[in-house]
Design a protein around this ligand. Structure first.
Ligand SMILES: Cc1ncc(C[n+]2csc(CCOP(=O)(O)OP(=O)(O)O)c2C)c(N)n1
Ligand SMILES: [Mg+2]
Length: 544
């Protein structure tokens, strides 16, 4: 057995089933070991996509996704994916090759200090310098990647260590761990705060979307009956139609949901991660904030909780509910605002305009997506509209990135969702800018025979920046571009393509694509004049 075979055995030991990547010559021993293993090697057409896919695997399963690249250029292409997993708290293990460490047969050719590059982008970055340490380093990599707060880990395997004869080192078996639950004294204090509140409100943040939490959060909300809102990345974490959903805070202030937030005297902030664009702004005065988290809150200018409940979120909330259930006569004090907030958000959602408005696009997408269908967004103007307007009833059914907020991750994240859930409808929603940053992965998706529909919102522009430019009073300059004919482009990849030609065309086009199965692209023009009319003018006038 050589180092590469021991590495692959250690990965199998962690339950790894697939590795995403673009190998280089320094990885060939690892590739050969993979060929002889149960792990599937999934080639992508750019390393960045491999990292986005591996990170999304971690996000959706809680088990680290794994990606593999060569040294230098290939490893550098992982950096955006590393930051995506680091900010998004997605468990991932990145393995990169390197020239041999004992000889320098190619001098400094292609050598970049990747471990140093990865250090600020990961939870841990190490070079493997001897085969003996491989089992423990791999176990440690997965432990660190998967434990709260999850994130990426980097291991560099030089080619001579990969080829070196490995001793019969035993693998380190992983074991399930149970996290500590909040202390009874902290639970009593938290319960006292909630009981004293006149206008309590629950907020579900990014960590609320951890795969293992879905049932616990739904139970908590059902038992205490306090209305809740969520951050963009906390969307869907309470299952079913509880009747207590007040909205999503896609903006930091002055949206309709902030009418409830501004009136609350206590916010139970569950799993908030301050990497997200703030869902509300704390300042002097304002509500008391009780932070419930796996880890203590990070203190920021706009987020400085007054009390904390730290520990495994699910069981801690069950113990909190034991202290609150049936003892909160004012639990629903803010619920009276709900109907009006949701009605304002839903306005104009069926307007027959062409090109369609973002509200209509969100509405039509919701119509064709079953409750467990998964929508994966890239980054652009439409993200705010989906976050505000798209209703979710199942955890992790709207995957968006409100952390690094990188363009280019929409399609790869949807590909991963489609691989993990071949029986569910999966839709990637991309702007014409973000789509073209990873559109080459259509070949990967076709090769993998995924069932996936890609919806492209076409405005021939970096629309979100163009909108900001306009609202900040700058002249319209430098944000427009041309596009390929997307239908022809889809056909060139061997997939089906369609263009929406009329106001009523989007839902049927998506429905037909899903019904047919396989890979489909649907392009729709978008009328972004609603951005300013609603998000600037209407919301400003509500406050006056
Ligand atoms: C990799 C990356 N580059 C640049 C940005 C800044 N940015 C945010 S949104 C946006 C425009 C997105 O354009 P498009 O994908 O066409 O979506 P649209 O807003 O037009 O709907 C840009 C350039 C970013 N978030 N990520
Ligand atoms: Mg665009």
């Amino acid at each position: 057995m050589n180092g590469a075979q021991l590495l692959v055995a250690a990965l199998v030991n962690e339950g790894v089933k697939r590795i995403f990547g673009v190998p280089g010559e320094e990885n060939l021993d690892v590739v050969e070991a993979l060929r002889r293993s149960s792990i599937e090697l999934v080639l992508t057409r750019h390393e960045q996509a491999a990292a986005f896919m591996a990170a999304t695997h971690g996000r959706l399963t809680g088990e680290a996704g794994v990606c593999l690249t060569t040294l230098g250029p290939g490893a550098l292409n992982l950096t955006t994916g590393a930051a995506y997993a680091q900010l998004g708290a997605m468990p991932m293990v990145m393995i990169t090759g390197q020239k041999g460490v004992l000889t320098r047969k190619q001098a400094r050719f292609q050598i970049v200090d990747i471990v140093s590059t990865m250090t600020p982008l990961t939870k841990m970055a190490h070079r493997i310098i001897g085969t003996v340490t491989i089992p423990s380093m791999v176990r440690e990599a997965f432990r660190v990647a998967q434990q709260e707060r999850p994130g990426p880990v980097h291991l560099e395997l030089p080619e001579d260590v990969a080829a070196e004869e490995a001793p019969d080192a035993p693998l380190v078996p992983p074991h399930p761990t149970t996290l500590p639950v909040a202390h009874p004294a902290a639970l009593d204090r938290a319960a006292q705060l909630v009981r004293a509140a006149q206008y309590p409100l629950v907020m579900l943040g990014a960590a609320a979307s951890r795969p293992r939490l879905a049932d616990a959060l739904s139970d908590f909300v059902r038992r205490v009956q306090i209305p809740f809102f969520n951050t963009q990345m906390g969307k869907g974490s309470v299952a079913g139609g509880s009747g207590l959903y007040m909205g999503t805070a896609a903006l930091s202030a002055r949206d309709y949901v902030h009418q409830a937030i501004d009136r609350a005297d206590l916010i139970v902030s569950i799993g908030h991660d301050t990497v997200e664009k703030p869902p509300f702004l704390m300042g002097p005065g304002g509500p008391t904030v009780l932070h419930v988290g796996y880890l203590p809150a990070t203190v920021e200018e706009v987020y400085f909780p007054h009390a904390e409940l730290i520990g495994d979120i699910g069981p801690s909330l069950a113990l909190l509910a034991d202290r609150l259930e049936g003892k909160l006569p004012r639990a629903d004090a803010l619920l009276a605002l709900r109907d009006r907030i949701l009605a304002r958000i839903a306005e104009r959602a069926t307007e027959a305009r062409y090109p369609p408005t973002p509200q209509r696009i969100v509405h039509d997408v919701r119509q064709v997506m079953p409750e467990d269908g998964i929508v994966c967004l890239d980054n652009g103007m439409y993200k705010i509209w989906f976050a505000r307007n798209y209703r979710t009833r199942v955890a992790n059914t709207l995957l968006l990135d409100n952390a690094l907020a990188t363009m280019g991750a929409g399609l790869p994240s949807a590909m991963m969702a489609a691989m993990l859930h071949p029986d569910r409808r999966v839709l990637a929603v991309c702007g014409d800018g973000g789509f073209m940053m990873s559109s080459q992965e259509l070949e990967t998706a076709v090769r993998l025979r995924l069932n996936l529909v890609v919806l492209i919102l076409q405005d021939n522009a970096y629309g979100m920046i163009r909108w900001k430019q306009a609202t900040d009073g700058f002249p319209d300059f430098g944000m427009t571009f041309g596009n390929p004919d997307f239908v022809t482009y889809a056909k060139a990849y061997g997939m089906k393509g369609a263009r929406v030609e009329g106001a009523e065309g989007l839902a049927p086009a998506l429905e037909a694509a899903f019904a047919a199965g396989g890979m489909h692209l649907v392009a729709v023009p978008v009328d972004y004049s609603e951005n300013t009319r609603v998000l600037v003018e209407e919301l400003a006038s509500v406050r006056e």
